[in-house]
Design a protein around this ligand. Sequence first.
Ligand code: LLP
Length: 429
Amino acid sequence: MNTELTASALPGQPFVAYQGSHLMVEGVRLADLAREHGTPLFVYSKAAMLTALAAYQRGFAGRKAQICYAMKANSSLAVLQVFADAGCGFDIVSGGELARVLAAGGDPAKVIFSGVGKTRAEMKQALQVGIGCFNVESDAELDVLSDVAVGLGKRAQVSLRVNPNVDPKTHPYISTGLKGNKFGIAHESAVQVYQHAASLPGLQVVGIDCHIGSQITEMTPYLDAMDRVLDLVAAVEAAGVPIHHIDFGGGLGINYNGDTPPEADALWGQLLAKLDARGYGQRQLMIEPGRSLVGNAGVCLTEVMYLKPGEQKNFCIVDAAMNDLPRPAMYQAFHSIVPVAPRSGNAVAYDVVGPVCESGDWIGRDRQLVVQSGDLLAVLSAGAYCMSMASNYNTRGRAAEVLVDGSQAHLIRQRESAFDTFALEQLVG
Ligand code: LLP
């Protein structure tokens, strides 16, 4: 029996809850949304996003701070609109993301442009619309950016991404602040690279930034990284290059499976105490959170198509797949899977898998479920790095998306048709 599921909010997701036997997002029944829009379907709670943002805003109360939502986590236009309307800037990593910010009504002056491989065309596009800052990752990129800016008669504001060489204790694919990663400028060469940046005609040095990884659930790596970054601020300023802002990246984790990351305001309480103690508390601060703003604001609804009992395993074949929810296949990530309308009966262990022709196409392994074909399941914590990483593999159209606001449900992305997936292709001759 799943009766313990029938009365309460789900762990980590205060806006996803059972009311009686109905799983709801805010005031909307998920079964109704699936009936209206089909499955797989992503459903997001606006209140959950704003509540997650409020924890950061509380943490920064009384400080000079700009929150730049790392939109790679979920770049759907209506999601960007929620954060733009709430005063956020955006951390972007491509010209495509910049175009999305503008289409969603975001302020280009609050945009920071991260990433190791910006093209000249992207730099030009960003300078023309007047973004706030480029987070630069190498000497070579500094030269190219200066050249592009001079060509436009502009000066690009730059921050250097330094690599604090701190272990964030997360999955290797999503740790970025270690020496062996492709990201950032090595601690040892930072002063020299800053001096190079300050000497270039098309650049104005404004900041320092770091980002040590993603899905970080402990405070210590952050506190260690802050110490390393502040050591560099002192060294760079002693070498004659003033640093106006400190951008501390993103990375705060969420509760997927009993994870216990600190709340954003608690984390920043500690980080600000350190900044104050070292005399940097009044600097302009920036952060780039992604997952922690949207991850637990979203679920993915999927329908059980077939149950396939086996000698070694039972499979529950659903209509969502690795193209919709790539995180399990890519990072062996865990997402809770719960019934939209719990039924009674004896739970059976299933591997929940999609229709894609790969053994890696699984969504959850060994899950205890009471299900029949035709039932709806909700894959939880699906607001971050799911739709934004979705693909058309197996010529599967990408899912539709709904944003819930109280008792209102807004369709924010239509389901892609097969035709949409090949609309840009043509036959030869
Ligand atoms: N800033 C920079 C420079 C980043 O590279 C990232 C994420 C963020 C901010 C936002 O990090 P967040 O707050 O979301 O942890 N696809 C992976 C996560 C990749 C993260 C890449 N960088 C996943 O599904 O777990």
